[in-house]
Write a protein that binds this ligand. Sequence first.
Ligand code: RB5
Length: 151
Amino acid sequence: MGGLSQRMSQKIIAMAADHGGYELKSILKETLEAKGLSVLDLGTHGPQSVDYPDYADAMAEAIRGGRADKGVLLCGTGIGISIAANRHPELRAALVHDAFGARLARQHNDANVIVFGGRTIGSEVAKDCLELFLSTAFEGGRHAGRVAKIK
Ligand code: RB5
């Protein structure tokens, strides 16, 4: 993540996960902090079973309140927490499995939250995806109208 910390140094990244994403959240959090990025960790803070919608709600509250600029959500598959996250109008949460999806989620969808399945993606692939997600801008143009229609 060479220039990523410079480009993102003013930004706060919120992270939240259920027990299925807890381990990968810890790995990604360490990676971001090692690059000098600020992380707002909304939990969960241990492997005990919890309910993923509560963590999507916490993410929405953080973004709505301006406590974070972008977010990372995780559950076992990434599916449940994506469904819950996208019920919130302030979140555009993209479940991502590869670098192409991570880049397009920003360029075309202006996603502000990236979602991973802690049990479905390897940590090195997730790190690559996260770097791309955080360093890629929304293209606007024809995509702006489409994103606006979602609202
Ligand atoms: C929890 O066991 C699991 O259902 C959850 O992490 C997630 O995969 C739901 O979509």
